[in-house]
Design a protein around this ligand. Sequence first.
Ligand SMILES: C[C@H]1O[C@@H](n2cnc3c(O)ncnc32)[C@H](O)[C@@H]1O
Ligand SMILES: [Zn+2]
Length: 446
Amino acid sequence: MSILIKNAYIATMDKDGTSEIPNGFLLIEDNLISQIGDNSNGAADKIAADKGIGKVIDAEGAILMPGLSNTHTHLGMTLLRGYADDMALKDWLEKQIWPAEANLTAEDVYWGSLLGCLEMIRSGTTAFCDMYFFMDETAKAVEKAGIRGCLSYGMIEFGDAEKGTKELAVNEKLVSDWQGKANGRITTMFGPHAPNTCSQAFIARAKEAAEKAGVGVHIHVLETEAELNYMKENFDMCSVHHLDAVDFWNTSKVPVLAAHCVWMSDGDIKLFAEKGVTVSHNPISNMKLASGIAPIQKMLDAGVIVALGTDGCASNNNLSLFEEMKTAALLQKVGTMDPTALPAKAVVEMATVSGAQVIDKQTGVLKTGGKADMILVDVNKANAAPIFDVYSHLVYAAAGSDVKTMIVDGKILMEDYNVLVMDEEEVMKKAKECAYSLAERAKQKE
Ligand SMILES: C[C@H]1O[C@@H](n2cnc3c(O)ncnc32)[C@H](O)[C@@H]1O
Ligand SMILES: [Zn+2]
């Protein structure tokens, strides 16, 4: 189906083309953007008439921009929203989260993932990178919801080579079953959990498997000072150098996505810039677990690709990249005591162009020939009067709930706040039932 959007304030995020079109139009044919331009001379109506376009969206009072990419989630964990708060990462995982996850079923992950997709649709996220368990269920949820998902299985091996072999087989099956499915909306990666929960040899095997399959790797790294200290005590070097010794950060064959990266040294940053690693910055989770402040401005200055992520709903406790954008900007300013650190436009680039780099390079900007993944942000609202700068508005004043329309791969998933791809009431009901039953099962085992 062809869709024509007219009268929008377009923020293309295209560094090589026009970045803003105050009164613009955009034409979608099949799943691609076929035209984008100025509408002040009424070009859109002429195109609609000439081409006989059936679907015209009048976007007066809205910003049209690329959809947002959430580069670090654990979508099934949406069921554990608010399950365990106000704890440090190690205790949180070992005493609360892992015991609860030991009771997870495939059905739990399906409904948790679908709820996560719903929340993302409602808050402007068109693509995400996930690492969790029962990933077939997350893939089915992505298939239904219509967004893009780059899915990895969270492999935790704890130095047990036999367990490692089994974990790799699960991730390999995910790749062979789902890579490129749903018209390419579903892609896959390998997900070795972290350098302090997986051995160096195992992480190297995961990278080898990823290169063989031609897919990326997704890992947590240097999230806490405790991880840094553990690595130094046991291996006499930090996680980054420990994995560099097995060439893990080499991106010449496949992308490498490193979540958190809070405790990076200047040397680690230089290495990531040279290697082309994508960092997923998760400021809210890092603040909530008191993990620290990642040196994001330093990374950007050094040329590291930095994207944004929410982390799972048990450490955030939502999936709104609008909240993440604002928090990222404010945290860098207070962390460096420099109000010019991480300006608004740079944050929007992190949430769009940079995130898309690791998921689907044909998304993340609005330009002719690109895939049609985009959102309309309602600015006919009290919190949007006045707007002097579109990026300032998106980062400091807008909210996820201002997203009124979403199109992914040329298909409308939400229009004028109506989600078209699932029964919202049913999803919330089923997810709550699964969540309370999971908590009950976990409590009984305590
Ligand atoms: C895939 C596993 O990862 C766990 N997890 C969720 N959030 C974090 C985090 O911030 N750091 C490390 N591990 C995390 C999740 O519960 C799964 O067990
Ligand atoms: Zn995580």
